[in-house]
Ligand binder design. Structure first.
Ligand code: NAP
Ligand code: F7E
Length: 344
């Protein structure tokens, strides 16, 4: 089996690649040319599979249609996982066109290429709980209404709809995984969970003195990315294409996350956390809670990692990296510029 993954350098790209390789897949991923190295998460896989055809990278971009259709034709994948996106909601307000183009044009280009290839290629679209808008405390499922509140979410709604349209119009095996927030030690450092756990590590080792956050009352249904990629894989093995929610069924506030993360190292969060409006969004998604019953019933998927284990895993990882940073800071080999990041 061959899989083609866009967004392979991202959090989910790493976990999904590892999972598919363990299942015997030949994995192909699209990477973007970047002026600084953007393969840190997958460097381990690159070196491990250097002498085999298990893990292969190709230059491409979701905004370069010919490169995507060429890759579909050359690789001839059995499965395409479209994970690539400008995935930061706050940044989407600053770069709305770019965000929308990657979220919306990428999927339609891939779906066209799959349709035109006339091969039975299965397609996974990375849909998001952000599409629901979080306007009340209801538990959200596949039937819940989309009320997007950001350019990011609006682009994802388009991608979700076009995936369904290609499924219904052309009989493509095109699925949407509506995933609620999922985190890990590989989570981008400007998302709130990782921003908190990075700060906890550095505050513990006294190379950071405070942590500035935005809206502490927002709540999210946070799961572990390693569990969620198993759900993506299961969706493409199902006998029929469809849409499925992956979530834990629990919601916690940003405040609760911070409280627990600081508690892991024996510190009181209130001694270190400040708030600033610069980390607030023009239109906030206040509350998200998902209902994964359909995925549980039809795919046999369930989250395996509790909220507490997730926080602990992330804090332990970032404590180790802060310990190494402290050595470098003490030897004047690293400048601690993380004290007051300008954005996110
Ligand atoms: P992530 O860590 O931000 O990774 C995003 C990936 O997309 C990176 O590989 C990035 O490449 C790539 N990318 C960005 N712009 C691109 C472009 N123009 N062309 C090609 N690739 C581009 O995101 P993630 O957390 O792994 O999430 C994976 C997908 O699931 C995303 O589509 C996200 O929107 C969606 N999603 C995520 C969550 C979540 O909680 N994590 C929940 C629901 C849905 P570079 O490394 O070069 O920047
Ligand atoms: O924010 C609040 C912020 O940036 C979570 C993406 O993967 O999940 C992610 O989007 C909440 C929001 O993730 C800070 O206002 C407070 O209410 O970690 P986040 P997100 O916006 O939920 C969805 C499902 C996706 O699809 C996205 O791709 O935390 N918050 N203070 C903060 N957020 C950030 N980033 N930084 C703060 O300082």
């Amino acid at each position: 089996m061959k899989a083609f993954i866009t967004g392979i350098t991202g959090q989910d790209g790493y976990y999904l690649s590892e999972l598919l390789i363990s299942k015997g897949y030949e994995v192909h991923g699209a990477i973007r040319r970047s002026s600084s190295i953007n393969t840190q998460r997958i460097d381990e896989l690159i070196s491990k599979y250097e002498d085999s055809n298990k893990f292969n990278l190709h230059y491409s971009d979701l905004l370069d249609p010919s490169s995507l259709s060429n890759l579909i034709n050359v690789i001839e994948p059995d499965e395409v996982y479209n994970l690539g996106a400008q995935s930061h909601v706050a940044v989407s307000f600053k770069n709305p066109l770019y965000t929308t183009q990657t979220s919306a044009l990428g999927p339609i280009t891939l779906l066209e290429a799959i349709k035109n290839s006339k091969k039975n290629i299965k397609y996974y679209q990375a849909s998001s709980s952000e599409m629901f808008g979080g306007v009340n405390k209801d538990s959200l499922n596949e039937e819940s209404k989309f009320i997007p509140k950001s350019p990011y979410a609006a682009g994802k709604v388009f991608a979700h709809d076009i995936t369904k349209i290609y499924r219904e119009s052309y009989g493509l095996f095109a699925t949407n995984g509506i995933l609620f927030n999922h985190e890990s030690p590989y989570r981008g450092e400007t998302f709130v969970t990782r921003k908190i756990t990075k700060a906890v590590g550095r505050i513990y080792y006294k190379i950071q003195s405070k942590l500035t956050l935005g809206n502490l009352d927002a709540s999210r249904d946070w799961g572990f990315a390693g569990d969620y990629v198993k759900g993506m894989y299961k969706m493409l093995q199902h006998n029929e294409p469809d849409d499925w929610v992956l979530a834990t069924g629990e919601t916690h506030s940003v405040k609760e996350f911070a409280q627990l993360a600081f508690k892991e190292v024996g510190l009181n969060w209130e001694d270190y956390v400040e708030t600033s409006s610069k980390y607030e969004r023009p239109n906030e998604v206040e509350h998200l809670l998902g209902d994964p019953a359909k995925a549980n019933k039809e795919l046999g998927w369930k989250p395996e990692t509790s909220f507490e284990s997730l926080v602990k895993m992330m804090v332990e990882n970032d404590l180790k990296s802060a310990e190494k940073e402290k050595v470098l800071v003490n030897e004047n080999l690293l400048n601690p510029t993380w004290e007051n990041p300008s954005i996110n």
